[in-house]
Design a protein around this ligand. Structure first.
Ligand SMILES: [Ca+2]
Length: 211
């Protein structure tokens, strides 16, 4: 009987040791997760960076609402659009341009094309080349004969389908300007620390909003 009791006590102790070891292991995990040195050097610098660049990124988000560029060259192509689903445009142009487009595409670039657009229906050709090595303009070429849709390559990769704006030909050149409605949620949520468009810059060189 005593041997049985002793055996039970030993089994209980062994079970207790195993349990203690598991708690100890999980405790050491907790200790590692909360390591003041590791956490300090891996988390806090990013937090400081975000706080430091918070006002800069909010200003950039505001600037993202509008884009404007000017071109030089033969240009008789007026256009006005309230998204590309509702647009009026006609004519053609071959220009060298300087300025910015949606998603912080900035630089000197070439653009040529023609169009006959009525509401969502269009027959248009559009080609853009990035003429400056320092520019961030996306090169694209597209031809649409039918309905203008946001899923088309030119709108997925280079142009803002949802913009409101237009282009005003000035004889030997033109001005293009747009208001980008899709940037409004990014601007508003940015004040609460949410970077919807993933375009907030950091001290290591920033982000490419088109990637
Ligand atoms: Ca942002």
């Amino acid at each position: 009987m005593r041997k049985c009791l002793l055996l039970l006590v030993l089994v209980a102790l062994a079970a207790g040791c195993t349990s203690t070891t598991q708690i100890s292991n999980s405790g050491s995990d907790r200790t590692r997760e909360l390591d003041p040195v590791d956490d300090w050097w891996t988390v806090d610098p990013l937090l400081g960076e975000r706080i430091l660049l918070y006002p800069v990124n909010r200003v950039l988000d505001v600037l993202d609402l509008v884009s404007i560029n000017a071109g030089l060259g033969p240009d008789v192509q007026p256009n006005v659009h309230v998204t590309r689903a509702l647009q009026l445009g006609a004519g053609g142009a071959v220009t060298g341009r300087l300025g910015m487009n949606n998603s912080r595409q900035i630089g000197f670039y070439t653009q040529k094309g023609y169009e006959l657009s009525f509401l969502p229906l269009t027959n248009e050709y559009y080609k853009r080349g990035n003429a400056a090595s320092w520019g961030s303009m996306v090169e694209v070429e597209s031809k649409i004969n039918g309905t203008s849709e946001p899923g088309r390559k030119v709108y997925r990769e280079a142009r803002d389908y949802w913009a409101i704006g237009g282009r005003i030909p000035l004889g030997l050149g033109s001005v293009e300007a747009d208001v980008h409605l899709v940037e409004i949620p990014d601007l508003l949520l940015g004040f609460f620390g949410v970077d919807l468009m993933e375009d907030d810059i950091d001290v290591r060189g920033g982000t490419d909003p088109l990637e």
